[in-house]
Design a protein around this ligand. Structure first.
Ligand SMILES: [Zn+2]
Length: 213
């Protein structure tokens, strides 16, 4: 285990693989490093996309800007307007590719704050009846936020990113990472403009979940 990371996760010996991933972003091609990680269980898989300025020599990288993004099938893939995931992911990609050293840690199994796709859609149906995000999660029998950052912290440490500049509006995420031994040099906000579908969702995040929006 890397020093400073407070986790006792048992990981497979070959828990990480690496390749390069060209992506289309804002009309141009971006070449990113892609690292995939396998956690303790089959479903705990994480993708890390890293942008690294070619002029930076290995070992002298600045503190990286890092977005830890919870997977959202409806938002990230279909650009759902009920949440702000797609906008946050796009904003994060823009930031990490404009700094010399940045990364997006994409966590598919954190779907719906960790409750999964099925319960998330069930909670949406309850919101259609007037429940807010927090009330709806309670109603479907899911914790308000069941995301665990132990594996993420371990991955960051493995990548030499034990100190990061965290791209997030969520102080709880900052605290959770700190508790796992990651140093947060600063928290950088992601500013998203609400639309008529997600205005209430964003208000709940601000008012009931202490997000800095
Ligand atoms: Zn979403």
């Amino acid at each position: 285990m890397k020093p400073g990371v407070l986790t006792s996760i048992e990981l497979p010996a070959d828990w990480s693989v690496e390749t390069v991933l060209p992506i289309a972003f804002e009309g141009r091609e971006l070449m990113l490093e892609a690292h995939a990680y396998q956690g303790e269980t089959e479903e705990e898989q994480v993708l890390v996309l890293i942008h690294r300025d070619p002029n930076i020599t290995s070992g002298s990288e600045p503190v990286p800007v890092v977005r830890i993004h919870s997977g959202c099938v409806t938002g990230d893939i279909f650009h759902s307007l009920r949440c702000d995931c797609y906008q946050q992911l796009q904003a994060a990609l823009k930031v990490i590719t404009e700094v010399p050293y940045g990364a997006v840690v994409y966590v598919p199994y954190h779907e719906g704050r960790g409750i999964g796709l099925f319960k998330k859609i069930k909670a949406y149906a309850l919101q259609d009846q007037g429940f807010d995000t927090v009330e709806a999660n309670i109603e479907v029998g899911a914790p308000i936020d069941s995301r665990d950052y132990g594996l993420t912290a371990r991955i960051l440490s493995d990548l030499g990113m034990s100190e990061i500049r965290l791209l997030s509006n969520n102080p709880a995420k900052e605290q959770a990472l700190k508790a796992k031994g990651i140093r947060i040099a600063e928290r950088l906000p992601l500013v998203i403009v609400p639309n008529k579908f997600n205005a209430r969702y964003l208000e709940t995040k601000r008012a009931r979940m202490a997000h800095k929006l």
